[in-house]
Design a protein around this ligand. Structure first.
Ligand SMILES: Cc1cc2nc3c(=O)[nH]c(=O)nc-3n(C[C@H](O)[C@H](O)[C@H](O)COP(=O)(O)O)c2cc1C
Length: 236
């Protein structure tokens, strides 16, 4: 009799476990249990060829602040993230834009509002395995827009790339020259985003006018990481 009760209990526990994990998945990754499964997103591989020449992209590059309400695709945001900091030499870990002494102080975030296949939220880009990690759920346009003088391009964007820097990575090697090096670096990565957007027929603009503390808070950045530029993105 004891054996039957025991095996029934085991069966019941098994059933509870199976249905429990099913419901966890149905909730779309809001529980810790599911975090590692759904909150890490593998991005599509970047394309290395296109019908737009580099010269044409340079010619067409413009700061564009008005976008349609059409969603971006995950392929488009993947390509833009790669252009900013993607690994372009697997063996050495070198990237799409130059870095003083290859110290790589920049970090890349994607704030998603209207991208097909991605829930709204703030994600961090990992160039090594081409993934996005969900950090904060929900549309961040209001908070980021408030930090950036309520600029209209943010409100209209379908997504935003935000570049931040950890200055220490460069200052351990270059001391007081590191600040200028890091600030130059963000320009290199940003120009790549502009040219990639031009090549994809998308619009972007570099936003440098924002309140540092408010943006840092909106992105929940650690103390040693500083926001440097916002790039709203959208179809035109
Ligand atoms: C460092 C920097 C900061 C900028 N900040 C802003 C900004 O806060 N908002 C904005 O709408 N444009 C900003 N811009 C974009 C410039 O206004 C734009 O590049 C300029 O008007 C020239 O236009 P073009 O990029 O189409 O050639 C910034 C550009 C740079 C390089």
């Amino acid at each position: 009799m004891k054996k039957i009760i025991l095996s029934k209990t085991v069966l019941l526990l098994f059933f509870v476990f199976i249905t429990g994990s099913f419901f966890c998945q149905e909730k779309g990754g809001k529980t810790d249990m599911n975090k590692t499964v759904t909150d890490l997103i593998q991005l599509p591989a970047p394309e290395f060829e296109s019908t737009t020449s580099l010269e044409e992209a340079i010619l067409k590059r413009r700061s564009i602040r008005d976008y349609t309400k059409e969603p971006l695709s995950i392929k488009e945001v993947s390509q833009l993230l790669w252009s900013a900091q993607g690994i372009t030499d697997e063996a050495s870990g070198l990237r799409s834009s130059p870095s003083a002494g290859a110290t790589f102080p920049l970090e890349v975030y994607l704030a998603v509002s209207n991208v097909k296949g991605l829930n709204a939220g703030l994600y961090k880009y990992n160039p090594f395995n081409n993934t996005l990690k969900l950090l904060i759920e929900g549309d961040k346009r209001f908070d980021i827009g408030n930090a950036a003088l309520k600029q209209g391009s943010i409100e209209k964007s379908a997504a935003m790339i935000i570049l931040t820097a950890v200055y220490e990575r460069t200052s351990v090697r270059y001391g007081s020259r590191s600040e200028r090096y890091v600030n130059m670096e963000v320009g290199h990565a940003g120009q790549n985003i502009y040219l990639q957007a031009a090549s994809l027929g998308l619009g972007t603009v570099m936003i440098g006018a924002f309140n540092d503390d408010a943006l840092k808070k909106a992105l929940n950045l650690p103390d040693n990481e500083f926001p440097l530029a916002i790039y709203p993105l959208g179809k035109i």
